[in-house]
Design a protein around this ligand. Structure first.
Ligand code: EPZ
Length: 432
């Protein structure tokens, strides 16, 4: 077994040492959705009663969100994958910069803080490696609902004019179907006076999950999951118990782990309609999929190249662009992958090239010439999904790879090495 020469620095970082070439068998278990759980937690701010969330994935991002909510006075109690949240007495409307800075979803709380307290002061989430990620639409929406909003020194201050006034229902047409902006406006509008309509709304399952939770708390929302969402404001929301939807991106990543190792695997539980665009591309590139009660059994055939363009839901999800590229780097034939959601989400290409992938970038398009095999190397996960792509590549690369960037990986994949190891992968975490 050839092992890549340990490089100077990478080996000193926490990394997963992955011995490539092992096929997988059995079943990969899918956890609750990170990108839903985070936002559902911020909905607790909308009521003084207890909100109990089940199926919350044990991720570092969830820890971060817990710290932010506690800093506002929310009582949080976590027991395994259940989180109890009680915002009976909020003590602040200003989550601290050092907590918000690393967690974009925390900015979406500005809608619920403002609706509940009439005031909110939240640091701008800032950009990250994959793009500028502005919050223009979130601010436009809050202003449309009657809030005065200013941005100074990197902090967004929003206030409902007048004493104890409520936000006013309004119609908003988003310039782009932003997931976070839709969620921010949705939460703020639940307690507004009158009716709000969000057009060109994001249709992601996580938006639908939030609307379902808010309705369970007494909100009156229709149309979520489609392009137009209507919210009839109510005086107050109450607590409830609710279970977070399954993580479609983790499920897609696991299906790709089966495909790249050419293994027949079951991935469960899954909501197939949350992944239709991905399932279509898996079939197109040569995988057989059997959808049973609550899971999907994937049987890879000869993997051939396919073209992918990322789009808002229900199009192909940007969060699976990097993991799918890892698969297509080992396909027979050429694939053209175009990233339309973020302006800079191709940083995993350089890392895949270190493993022998033949990829050329032209603007926001990657032309991937499949190669017969990848070779193990020390590689770095530059963001959450790029890190997942490197793990997939490590599973199949000849030799032993070292995948660093675990701080990203642990944000979105609960216990990924234990799940993969249980199916026969040979990998272990090194914490030098
Ligand atoms: C959510 O981010 C997800 N994060 C992202 O997942 C996901 O990639 C993204 O939706 C798209 O599906 C969470 O839910 C916590 P957007 P969000 O606002 O809401 C541009 C992961 O790996 N835009 O829909 O921040 C923006 O710059 C993460 O799990 C504007 O131009 O995404 C981006 O290019 C990464 N103006 C595009 O829209 C705005 O005002 C999509 O952003 C807002 C956004």
């Amino acid at each position: 077994m050839t092992t890549a020469a340990p490089p100077s620095q990478d080996i000193l970082k926490p990394h997963l040492a992955i011995d490539g070439g092992h096929s997988l068998q059995g079943e990969l278990k899918v956890s609750g959705a990170k990108n839903s759980a985070l936002v559902l937690m911020t909905a607790s701010l909308l009521t003084a009663e207890r909100l109990t969330l089940h199926n919350v994935p044990p991720l570092t991002d969830i820890d971060g969100m817990e710290n932010i909510l506690v800093s506002l006075g929310v009582k949080v109690h976590r027991r395994s994958e259940t989180v109890e949240l009680e915002a009976s007495h909020l003590t602040s409307a200003e989550p601290p910069y050092d907590l918000v800075n690393g967690l974009r979803a925390s900015f979406f709380a500005i809608g619920s803080i403002l609706a509940r307290m009439g005031y909110a002061k939240v640091p701008l989430p800032g950009g990250c490696r994959i793009g500028a990620r502005p919050v223009v639409e979130h601010i436009r929406g809050l202003k449309a609902l009657g809030a005065s909003v200013s941005v100074e020194h990197g902090v967004v201050t929003a206030a409902v004019p007048g004493e104890g006034k409520r936000l006013k229902g309004a119609s908003i047409v988003l310039d782009c179907p932003s997931v976070g902006a839709t969620e921010t406006i949705l939460m703020a509008a639940t307690l507004a006076e009158g009716t709000s309509v969000i057009e060109n709304a994001a249709q992601e399952p996580e938006v639908q999950d939030l609307a379902n939770l808010l309705n369970a708390m007494g909100a009156r929302i229709t149309g979520a999951g489609g392009p137009t969402i209507t919210i009839h404001g109510v005086e107050a929301l109450h607590g409830c118990e609710y279970s977070v939807i399954l993580d479609r991106i983790e499920a897609g990543t696991f299906l790709l782990a089966a495909a790249i190792t050419r293994s027949r695997l079951r991935v469960a539980p899954v909501v197939p309609e949350h992944l239709n665009a991905v399932l279509q591309k898996l079939r197109d590139c040569g995988c057989e999929l059997e959808i049973d009660g609550d899971g999907i059994t994937i049987t890879p055939g000869t993997i051939k190249g396919v073209d992918i363009t990322t789009q808002p839901f229900p199009g192909f999800p940007t969060d699976l662009q990097a993991p799918f590229m890892a698969l297509l780097a080992t396909a027979s034939g050429t694939s053209v992958i175009t990233e339309k959601i973020y302006e800079n989400r191709m940083q995993h290409v350089a890392e895949l090239q270190r493993m022998g992938a033949a990829i050329r970038i032209q603007g926001s398009t990657a032309i991937v010439e499949g190669v017969p095999s990848l070779s193990a190397a020390p590689v770095n996960g530059t963001d959450l999904r790029a890190a997942a792509a490197m793990v997939l590549a490590g599973l199949v690369a000849r030799g032993s790879s070292q995948v660093s960037g675990l701080n990203h990986l642990d944000r979105g994949y609960a216990g990924i090495e234990a799940k993969l190891r249980a199916c026969g992968a040979v990998l272990e975490r090194h914490l030098p």
